[in-house]
Structure formats: structure tokens, C-alpha cells
Design a binder for this molecule. Structure first.
Ligand code: SF4
Length: 387
């Protein structure tokens, strides 16, 4: 309509309804999600040390074409962001190129994280022209460190592909393409973070996100080296890293626990006074975004992939979005009695602010949490161990 991008008006109205629902935390959401995480595949070409796929049994299914068609028809006209991400490497999905082309036709922002090993020249051109936000996983500033963390990966292939994407980004400057980096930080690579930032600067990245991997009860040699066990090492690096990121115009995100006490106090002082709650974070995922698995199961979020809220092959998404499971989730997620899967959340925007050991800390303080509410159905195809 008169030069507006496709579905602009529907999206604008939906965006307003979604904002209203999440700011008021309504149990029955108005409108539909703003963002959709659609799993392109659960298969992967690597076996990274931090990844659950390396340590637990998972499936390797690709997104079903039937599910994709439903999702496209029901949700593409209203969402703004299409996050093509699951447990696997998105580029392995047979539907990947089609999804990029469709997202472009619908005027959607696509984003995904990739190990950057499966890119070819034409795909990189399509991705950049679609204005995607691409995040590359890079765990070292040299082949030895990176390839030790990401088994099966090639540092030189990644460097070549990042350079090509960065050059394409310059060529299609106004298309909205952004390149970023994710680094899973351990004791082994914390000393290379400044060099990783240098690599990112050469490729004109938008942001560098430092990730502390959730390892649950694992005690293998890699799990013993995760940075949450050595927060001081990261704290020591952060001031210079921040300064360097600022000078280069790169956004830097780091885990909450790595911030110094001063910074945390400053952040807390800046937050509005709120009634006391047992969990420190406020999660808005149940209003803002939806997660749909390869087989059509709608999940509460990427941290609870064994919980089913309904299947879009059986029910329209609109119904699932305001069905009993979602209503219960919205009522409980930010209460003192959140669902079991939220209590060990490792996401910085979740209720634990990324601290998967938070409930243990509560227990150590003598807090006894109530029995969690039952939300969703447990998918028999997936065990809790699968995340
Ligand atoms: S708190 Fe974490 S696990 Fe719970 S809904 Fe939010 S993101 Fe998902």
C-alpha cells in the first residue's frame, strides 16, 4: 500500500497490542507475538563442547514443510522478527534458503546464530541482501583455541566467511545487514577476548556477546572450566574489553555475575523500586515471543524445549497463544512460584538473570520454594536432558 513494506499496518497494530500485553503482563495476550523463534533443524555438523547436543541424546529432525507452511500463513503477516534457531545449525535445514526468501518477501527481520561452516558465496549474498542479523560463534582468536571448543570447526573457514559477509555488508550498505559474534567463555579462552574483539572490529561487527554456558550437573573437564566458576578472571578482563569495545563502536554484552559489585549496585539503583520478589529478573518471553519446534510443538521458550503448549498442526496458533497453558505461564513466570523450567533459567533476560544456580542460592539462604505449577505437557519425544 503506497510504498509501505508488506503487512506494515497489521504489524504496527500487532506491535501496539503486544506492547500493551507485556507492559501490563496480561494473562490473556492481546494480539500475537512480536518475535518468532522457528527451529529450522535440530541437526548439526559440529559437536561443540558447550552444546547440549554433545552431551545428551537429541533428535536430528529438520523443520517439517507442513509446519513451515502453517507458520508462514498464520504468523508471518504479524511478527517483525523471525529467529531461525534451535539446537542445530540452521544452515543445514533444507528449507533455509526458502525461509530467507520468504522472510524478505514478507518484510521480516531474520536473525540466526551460525557456526559459519556451511556458507557459500550465493547464500551469503542472499542473507546479506535480506538484511539479516547474523551471529557467528567464535570461541577463540586462533585455530587451536576455537577448534578445541568447537569440535569439527575450522577457524580459517570462519575467518574467510566473515570477511566475505563483511564486504557484502559494505556493498549492500542500506539493507540492514549486521554481523555479530557470540563467544562461549571459559577459563581457556578468557585471555583471548581482546583479540576476538579485534577480529570482530576488522569484520565490522555490531556486538560481541560473552556467554557463560549452562552445564547443569555435568562435571567433565570442559564443564569444570566454565567461566561462571572463575568470575574473577572475566571481571579482570572486562574493564579493558569494555573500553576497547566502546572505542570501536561495538556493543559488548557480558554475564551478570561478571559485573563488579559497584556496577551491580549502580544498575539496581537505576531500576525502579519494585515490591520484593524472590527471583531477581522479569521475563517477558511469554508475551513477546513464541518458539515453534520442527514438528509444530509450541514451546514456552528456547530453555524449555521438552514442554509443549500445543501443536500448530492440531490447533491454530492464535488458540494456543491464549490457551490454558499460556495463561498459567503468564500468571506464574514472574511470581514467587514460577514453573520448574524457569527456576534454572540460564538466559540473562530470564527470571534468574542467567544464574542457573539461583535456586540453590535461595535454598542456601533457607528459602523453601513452593511446589511449582504444572504448565504444558511434557513431550514424550524429548526428555529434560535434551536441552
Ligand atoms: S524465565 Fe527463562 S525459562 Fe522461563 S519463560 Fe523466561 S526465558 Fe523461558
Amino acid at each position: 500500500m503506497f510504498g509501505l513494506p508488506p503487512y506494515a499496518l497489521r504489524r504496527k497494530i500487532n506491535g501496539g497490542l503486544n506492547r500493551l500485553s507485556r507492559t501490563r503482563q496480561l494473562s490473556r495476550a492481546l494480539g500475537l507475538p512480536y518475535e518468532l523463534q522457528l527451529v529450522p533443524t535440530n541437526a548439526c555438523n559440529l559437536r561443540c563442547r558447550a552444546c547440549p547436543k554433545t552431551h545428551y541424546p537429541t533428535d536430528n529432525r529438520h523443520l517439517s514443510p507442513d509446519v513451515y507452511e502453517r507458520v508462514k500463513n498464520e504468523l508471518f503477516p504479524t511478527i517483525r522478527i523471525l529467529n531461525l534457531q534451535g539446537l542445530g545449525e540452521p544452515l543445514l535445514s533444507p528449507l533455509f534458503r526458502r525461509m530467507v526468501a520468504d522472510a524478505r518477501a514478507f518484510g521480516l527481520k531474520i536473525k540466526f546464530v551460525t557456526n559459519a561452516m556451511m556458507l557459500d558465496a550465493s547464500l551469503m549474498e542472499e542473507i546479506v541482501r535480506a538484511g539479516a542479523d547474523v551471529t557467528v560463534s567464535l570461541d577463540g582468536a586462533c585455530a587451536e583455541t576455537h577448534e578445541d571448543s568447537r569440535t569439527g570447526s575450522s577457524f580459517s573457514v570462519i575467518m574467510d566467511n566473515m570477511k566475505i559477509m563483511s564486504e557484502l555488508g559494505e556493498k549492500y550498505k542500506d539493507g540492514g545487514f549486521h554481523l555479530s559474534l557470540n563467544t562461549v567463555v571459559t577459563k581457556r579462552n578468557v585471555g583471548e577476548l581482546r583479540e576476538i574483539l579485534e577480529i570482530g572490529a576488522r569484520c565490522k561487527i555490531l556486538c560481541l556477546t560473552l556467554i557463560s554456558p549452562g552445564v547443569g550437573e555435568r562435571e567433565d573437564d570442559y564443564a569444570q572450566d566454565v567461566i561462571s566458576r572463575f568470575p574473577e578472571l572475566l571481571r579482570r578482563e572486562l574493564p579493558l574489553l569494555k573500553e576497547s569495545a566502546r572505542a570501536k563502536g561495538i556493543q559488548l554484552f557480558s554475564p551478570e555475575f561478571a559485573k563488579t559489585e559497584n556496577v551491580r549496585q549502580k544498575n539496581d539503583a537505576g531500576r525502579k523500586e519494585k515490591p520484593f520478589r524472590l527471583f531477581p529478573g522479569t521475563c517477558l518471553d511469554p508475551w513477546r515471543s513464541a518458539y515453534i519446534d520442527v514438528d509444530g510443538w509450541v514451546r514456552p521458550c528456547c530453555r524449555a524445549v521438552w514442554i509443549g503448549m500445543g501443536n500448530i498442526l492440531e490447533k491454530p496458533f492464535r488458540k494456543i497463544w491464549n490457551d490454558v497453558h499460556y495463561i498459567r505461564l503468564r500468571e506464574h513466570v514472574n511470581s514467587d512460584n514460577p514453573p520448574e523450567f524457569c527456576r534454572g533459567c540460564t538466559l540473562w533476560w530470564g527470571i534468574t538473570r542467567g544464574n542457573e544456580l539461583y535456586t540453590k542460592e535461595l535454598e542456601a539462604r533457607g528459602v523453601i520454594l513452593p511446589q511449582p505449577p504444572q504448565i504444558g505437557v511434557t513431550d514424550p519425544a524429548k526428555g529434560k536432558a535434551a536441552i
